[in-house]
Design a protein around this ligand. Structure first.
Ligand code: GDG
Length: 464
């Protein structure tokens, strides 16, 4: 059986403890059968390494490379997170393009390729993740690597009119076409990718899931990421009996409880959500003293200036809302920028009458799925979901909102807080059914089957 080699920007090294992050969470349970995972160590060194350090960890070997400060700044802070991330989240106003950053991006991808090429076996299946690594297949092919290589984009893709803003748009698009398989979270992202192919390269999909470029076939497919829904449901059921959940329950003192869990990122729509909560207390006085909203917003990418601005904005908004509405024994908005443990999170979701997931754009958004999985089917909470999260293509029984309209979010909060038990149960049953259909396992299996060239069979992963 072919070995699976995963490449992503960061690797979930057990010695560094679990970090918040969608990819880590989705893949953790699946690759128990032996695999290699290569990525950045998280360490800065004098020089970027072109040979990896190997960390043996049971069946899963990790290979890491250190980056130089200069490469970290140009590749990670610069091109990946100050150009590609804002653009792919429809924020061209935040895009900062710099040729030196792009050169750093190509240089680091070449270093990853060199480090990986030394470790490859001829029949390895190489699965590359996310926007940091678009040029990797091109860099590997330049070194003579012949293995099958697939790419999955965790974030959205954008239409040609938006992608074209990026100076090296066409070059990046060509690099995506070097892969054998390119996977997207949602139909809309694939549609926008095809729009770019047509506009920039004059390539149209003929039939099925293949495009033809320079005499090669590239499989392009929607493969939505999922979670271990039943496992997460069990975890939540247990967590709610634990000490942390008990402390939360005591502190909310019988009030309705709403939760949001997001990395502190401008794509997650947090200022609008906070504003919407302020309007809720303004417009619907019956909720004053009767609802508590907890926003867990773990800090991320603090080296990028825009993230520091966002934090200041949220500090201001939360202070304003609490200053205006709090009473001596009630704080309406609890906002924390520390991460909480995964077990605590599962219990918190289950205790929440409303799950707030209102990103301005999101590839998928796993929090939406975790919230649904964690609910008590006999007394479930209500998911409020942005129409611009990839998850909205599947989770249509949520209350779906436009996250750019805080008042629409307010109305959704009111509807969720006053929804009948029958309606909550009905919506939850359908949503839970859906997240059990598309799971972390089906996602990995679909991708690896496509990569192995056995797109319709289901045995690639299970027979490992
Ligand atoms: C990218 C795409 C796509 C968050 N805070 C804490 C914590 N988390 C966990 C959540 C969830 C994960 O992190 C976040 O995943 P998301 O999917 O919501 O978002 P991104 O990190 O932006 O991920 C996204 C994803 O990749 C996967 O393809 O869905 O669209 O942007 O699992 O629970 N976990 C803990 N403490 C926290 O404070 N333990």
């Amino acid at each position: 059986m072919a070995r699976v080699v995963i490449v992503s920007n960061r690797v979930p090294l057990p010695s560094q403890g679990a970090k918040a992050g969608g990819l880590t969470v989705a893949l953790r349970d699946v690759f128990k059968q032996g695999a290699l995972w290569l990525g950045w160590s998280g360490e800065i060194a004098a020089e970027t390494a072109t040979s990896a350090k190997i960390h043996n960890s049971g069946k899963l070997d990790f290979a890491t490379i250190d980056l130089s400060e200069d490469d970290y700044q140009h590749f990670y802070v610069g091109f990946a997170n100050s150009a590609l991330w804002p653009l792919l989240h429809f924020q061209p106003g935040l895009l900062e393009f710099d040729r030196e950053d792009f050169a750093g991006y190509l240089r680091v991808n070449a270093a990853y390729a060199k480090a990986l090429a030394e470790l490859l076996r001829p029949d390895d299946l190489i699965w590359v993740h996310d926007y940091h690594l678009i040029p990797l297949a091109d860099a590997l092919r330049a070194l003579g690597v012949k293995n099958r290589i697939g790419f999955f984009l965790h974030v959205p893709f954008v239409p040609a009119s938006m992608f074209g803003i990026l100076p090296p748009a066409e070059r990046l698009l060509r690099m995506m076409c070097v892969y054998d398989v390119v996977g997207f979270q949602a139909r809309q992202h694939l549609h926008d990718f095809e729009d770019c192919l047509l506009s920039f390269l004059n390539i149209a999909r003929q039939s099925g899931e293949s495009i033809s470029i320079d005499g090669r076939a590239v499989t392009v497919r929607v493969m939505p990421i999922g979670i271990d829904s039943r496992g997460f449901a069990r975890r939540a059921k247990k967590a709610v009996l634990g000490r942390t959940a008990h402390r939360l329950l005591e502190s909310i003192a019988g009030r309705a409880f709403m939760i949001g869990v997001d990395r502190l990122d401008y794509s997650k729509g947090l200022p609008n959500r906070f504003e919407a909560f302020g309007y809720l207390l303004d417009r619907f006085p019956e909720h004053r003293m009767n609802v508590t909203y907890l926003q867990v917003a773990a800090r991320s990418r603090e080296d990028v200036a825009e993230y520091q601005r966002l934090k200041r904005e949220l500090d201001r908004l939360s202070g304003e809302i609490n200053g205006r509405y709090a009473d001596f024994d009630w704080q309406p908005l609890r906002y924390m920028t520390r991460a909480v443990s995964r077990a605590s999170l599962a219990g918190f979701y289950r205790q929440a009458r409303v799950g707030l997931v209102t990103p301005l754009r999101d590839g998928m958004n796993l929090v939406a799925k975790e919230y649904v999985a964690a609910q008590d089917p006999d007394d479930p909470g209500v998911l409020i979901l942005s129409r611009f999260a990839g998850a909205a293509e599947e989770l249509t029984e949520a209350i779906v909102v436009n996250p750019h309209d805080p008042e629409e979010i307010t109305e959704a909060m009111h509807a969720a807080l006053t929804m009948t038990l029958d309606e909550r149960k009905d919506r939850h049953e359908k949503l839970f059914g859906k997240i059990c259909q598309t799971t972390a396992v089906t996602y990995c299996r679909d991708f690896l089957n496509a990569l192995a060239g056995t797109a319709t069979s289901t045995d690639t992963l299970t027979s490992q």
